[in-house]
Every structure is written in C-alpha cells, then in structure tokens.
Design a protein. Sequence first.
Length: 237
Amino acid sequence: MQQEIVKIIRKYLIPSENYIYGFADLTGLLDKKFNGFNYGISIGRRLDNSILNNISEGPTKEYYDHYRIVNEELALLSDRISSDLNLNNIETITISPTVSTEQLDTIYAETLRTDLSHKMVATRSGLGWIGKTDLLITKKFGPRLRLTSILLKDRLVPESKPIDRSLCGICNICVDICPAKTANGKMWSITMERNEFFDAHKCRNQCAEFGRSVLSMNARVCGICVASCPVGSAQGT
C-alpha cells in the first residue's frame, strides 16, 4: 500500500526538485475531530530564492504574491493527490496550507493555533526542525518553503526519523533581525510550548503593520526571518 501511495505522490510533484515530502505517525497527537486519521503526509514546496533575496527590511509585493500563489498551488496539489488516493480506496483529509486573514482575526485570534500544525506533521516526518522564530527549517530548502498536509487512516511507515529538537545551535541571526523581537533565542524541542521561545502575537502584529504600511492592504506578511536564515539560502532559483 505504501508503495502505491509513494507512486501517487511522486506523480504530482513536478518538477521534483521543487518538493520534499515525508510520512508521519501522528498517533495521540491530533485533535479528536481527526479521530482515526493517525497518519500524515507532509509536502513542502520551495519558494523562489530570487524573490526571497530581495527581502531586507520588510516584505515586497512580489513576495506577497508569490506566497499566496504557492499556497494556492499546494492546496490544489493536495486535493489532486487526495482524490487519486480516494480512487484507490484510501480515505484522506486534506488540510489547507494556510488560513485567511479573517480567520486569523476571528477563529484563531486568541491562540493563533489552527486545528492541525503543518510544522508538527513535517517534524514528525523528519523533514526538518523548528527554528528560533518558529519556522520549519529543512536541510534542503531551509525555511524557504510552504507546507501542506494530508491525513490518512491507512498506516504509513515514516521513511525518516522524527526530529525532536532544534539543530540551529548558537545561530541567532533570525532572532536578532526580527523587527518585532518575537524570539528569545531558546532552542525548540518537542517538550517546549511555543510561547516559551516565540511570541506569535508579536509576529502577527508586525506582519499586519507591514501589510498596512508597506503593501497598503489588509494582509499578514513579513518574510525577514525566512530570507535571513543561512540554511538553504545558497540554493538556486
């Protein structure tokens, strides 16, 4: 069964060099609304380095448009993979790559936590770790990617060992460059709560300010820490 799942996934990840994926055992980690769907597929799609490299003191309109388009592409991609899996009698739940600004300001405003964390699925898949400003850091793309997730009932065997702690070491580039001072420099591990090392509300407020002052729109976007991370920054466009 897993070989068939791999075959279906790879069929849609074109060009393959723009993507990474992995499998996660999420037993005991999910909200009860996902009862029975204990396995996950994490898919990452890299962002364009030529766009990221133009970010210095705030987001660009080009980055905002690229970010939005990649999210839309990932949503369509996960729907297509899920449909193909369903045709092979594999039940799935697709999780949207992102939530809307309206949802951030209403449903998720208090905790800034959604029903399922794409980063959690990715770390359980062994794709990367959580950096000091709460980004998923992957060895191949660094934080320069967007994620989507698909949940399954069918058992998946992870092909990589889950990552339980940060590999950022003493690097504090993202901590120092963040205009909102969202992070305190502590390194993530699976035993830590997010607010022990990162203030998501400070990040959201800064992103909203950039949306207003730089892009003149009601948007939540920054990209400074993504662009500043040395991991993955040497990758070509």
